[in-house]
Design a protein around this ligand. Structure first.
Ligand SMILES: [Zn+2]
Length: 141
């Protein structure tokens, strides 16, 4: 059509190619954005810091943690961690502590959160064997 006005034969296919490239580019952007929303990723770093600040505050009660792992699937955050409690505690004491930690972490967020914990005796070398399973380390100042 523009050819009619300009007499320039190349212009129509050039515009057609530019339009096609733009459609491909827009389509690629849309697909990659929705695909990364569907795939699991770690939770935002500030959220991890919030959890770590709470867990660090338990240290004065002799409670430690490690192997903190997080992921997000859609809106839901998944948090898992190993909770190190005094070895002489009863199962009930350990479980009560785990419940409290899980509920507190859930309470830190407005979005849905699933927390799972694993209890280990603090100071027992076997508790530290699995310390390597951290996907991302965050240094707390
Ligand atoms: Zn552990």
């Amino acid at each position: 059509m523009i050819v009619k006005f300009t007499g320039w034969l190349i212009i129509d296919p050039v515009i057609a190619i530019l339009v096609a490239l733009n459609i491909i580019y827009t389509g690629y952007k849309l697909i990659s954005r929705s695909a990364s929303g569907l795939m699991d990723a770690v939770i935002p770093e500030e959220d991890t810091r919030k959890i770590m600040a709470y867990l660090d505050s338990l240290k004065e009660q002799g409670i430690d943690y490690h192997s903190l792992m997080t992921r997000m699937s859609g809106q839901r955050k998944f948090i898992s961690l190993h909770l190190l409690v005094p070895g002489e505690w009863s199962v009930k004491q350990g479980h009560d502590m785990a419940d409290q930690v899980e509920e507190t972490i859930i309470g830190l967020f407005d979005e849905p959160v699933t927390v799972s914990t694993h209890i280990e005796p603090v100071g027992d070398p076997s508790s530290m064997k699995d310390i390597g399973i951290v996907r991302r380390k965050i240094d707390m100042e």
